[in-house]
Design a protein. Structure first.
Length: 307
């Protein structure tokens, strides 16, 4: 077995990551071997890196590149196809073994660095929005709207016909993505909402839940605050009976591939923007990770992979 360059989990390195060598992946029957051109970083994988990966392991959820070898079982695209891939590990390397159900062909009009921004953040936004049910003509509150998932959610909710209320500490650009109202603090929201997509957790989720109208639903999508939430449900019963909070899980609906393809199609049509707020070579991973964890990036952070 040969070796490849990869970002490895190193507890002693700044941000817990360093460039090094790792064994080449060995694709299973339903996996394509992909030469990776670009990867993206997600707040969730950086914040919990040490909890999910042993030292020396190759992390990485999102990666885009070109198929080197098609899956042995005949599934998926042929060699030469440009693809965006998802997996719970192994993406931050020059080569990836990708499940064919977890990838999608990238349209010609979409660059690899744009495609790499899509899988986890885009599918999370798409599926959490679906979990709210029909939103056309309804007020939908999106917290943490300046992050990678939040910016996709604002765009998709607006396209679905929602009256989007976007809440973020850094609200720049959110109105241009389709938000009808933009606030820095939930105390500025004056009318109830029918649905909430919360990416912050802690006190923000409690405040957002208190804004629901009767029968409304809040999807607890993320926990950027890394703080627990305390809810006064007796007050909620009096104020908005039938309202509820659901713990959203992006993996509940099966393979990512079809949803990634849908999102890439919207990018190709100019109907969705990947909102890449940081882009650079993967040797700058320490810089990118620090900026993302410090909430200094609007949208996604993308690293371009070199051999």
């Amino acid at each position: 077995m040969g070796t490849m360059r990869a970002l490895l989990h190193d507890p002693d390195a700044p941000g817990g990551l360093r460039l090094g060598d790792a064994p080449d992946p060995e694709p299973g029957p339903g996996q394509a071997l992909v030469a990776v051109d670009a990867v993206s970083l997600n707040l969730g994988e950086l914040a919990y890196l040490a909890d999910r990966h042993a030292p020396g392991a190759v992390p990485g959820w999102d990666a885009a590149g070109t198929v080197l070898a098609a899956a042995a079982d005949g599934s998926g695209p042929p060699p030469g196809a440009r693809v965006a891939t998802f997996g719970w590990s192994g993406g931050w390397a020059t080569r990836r073994a990708a499940d064919t159900g977890q990838l999608a062909v990238v349209p010609v009009a979409v660059d690899a660095w744009e495609a790499a921004a899509v899988p986890v953040a885009g599918v999370t936004a798409l599926r959490s929005l679906r979990a709210l049910g029909p939103v056309i003509g309804r007020r939908v509150l999106i917290t943490g709207a300046s992050g990678g998932v939040g910016r996709f959610a604002v765009q998709l909710a607006a396209r679905a016909g929602a009256h989007v209320v976007a809440a973020a500490r850094d609200p720049e650009g959110l109105a241009g993505l389709g938000a009808a109202e933009v606030v820095r603090d939930l105390s500025e929201v004056r009318e109830p909402v029918a649905g909430v997509l919360d990416h912050v957790g802690g006190d923000v989720l409690a405040q957002a839940y208190a804004l629901l109208s009767p029968g409304g639903v809040a999807q607890s999508v993320g926990m950027a605050s890394q703080a627990p939430t305390t809810i006064d449900f007796e007050a909620a019963r009096v104020r908005a009976g039938g309202s509820r909070i659901e713990a959203f899980g992006v993996g509940a609906d099966g393979d990512f591939g079809p949803d990634v393809a849908t999102l890439l199609g919207l990018l190709a049509d100019g109907a969705l923007d990947p909102q890449v707020g940081w882009r650079g070579g993967w040797e700058r991973v320490e810089e990118a990770a620090a900026a993302l964890l410090g909430r200094r990036i609007r949208g996604k952070a993308v690293l371009e992979v070199t051999g």
